[in-house]
Write a protein of this length. Sequence first.
Length: 368
Amino acid sequence: MNILLDNLIFSWQKSGGVSVFWENILKLALRLNQTHHIELIEYPNAADNIVRKTLDLSSLSTNVLCPFSFKWHRYQHLDWKASKTPFIFHSSYYRVCTNPQAINIVTVHDFTYEHFISGPQRWLHTWQKRRSLQKADAIVCVSQNTCNDLLHFFPEIPAQKIHIIHNGVDKSYIPKYNSEPESTRKQLQLPKQYLLFVGNRANYKQFPYTAQLAKAVDLPLVIVGAPLTKQERKLLANLQVNYQERNFVANQELQSYYSLATALVYPSLYEGFGIPVIEAQRCGCPVIAYNASSIPEVIGEDYPLLLSQLEIAPAAHWIQKLVTNSDFRNKIQQKGIENSLRFSWEKMQEEYLSLYTQLWTMHCSIED
């Protein structure tokens, strides 16, 4: 197979779920490079991405593009005339290749813009997404919920083009909640009990709810992600929440935050998948989440800590029980670990390889 992978996401996202997803597509490419022809497209500012910094892609043939304006280039389809023979084109973010030889695959992560954004920003993003989906030979959704959204917002897209391949969790995440040394807690300067918030804090992520919950149960809040805004600092100060801010961290350190936390609070109103949920579960960290969008699909059936409403009292009740009832906590930890085993990046890679092979075989048979 000839495969062209577009590292677009690394040039406009410093870190995030889509970057982690693409990291694992590239790990698949590194594995295939011995038996297939793999090429990459990259941009000069990709080095700013935290995930990209961890990858050694020197063994892969890389084409560095320097567009006049990357801001607009990211919305344009790729006009890749270098290849005169068939190739699979898979972009990290809603782009297809206009070369007639290209076999285009588009991965759909969520419909955040369609649900929560208005104005020109939404119009531009939705226009880009629709164009890509219409021209794609195959579409992958990261959850059934995302697939349902796709068919709702773009009913003209043929359902037979859609495949569901779940995201995964890194194999370095393992249950260490009983073995994480106390020295790690001291090294990371973590309190004995704390609530954890991981990821971006856009409005639909409901960060203020998490801050209010931390205040209500009188537990420190550890925040992992982008630097806090002035408005967020003011919120925490007004609530008098004891908090620690940790910016973008490596997997090993994040694993310790999960393992030592009282609970991950994940009150997001909408997720295409929700990678932190299964990362936390794999580490034995209880997850308090809102029962909406893809979360029940990912977190597992009958998970007790799902909230039907974003109210403080029920969540505070669960936190109190996690702190005071070790049998209950152990039950939640085991249920989460067992559920998380349904997902792995290795499984995702095999499913993508199967899709690549299927599309390549179909194309070659038509050519013959």
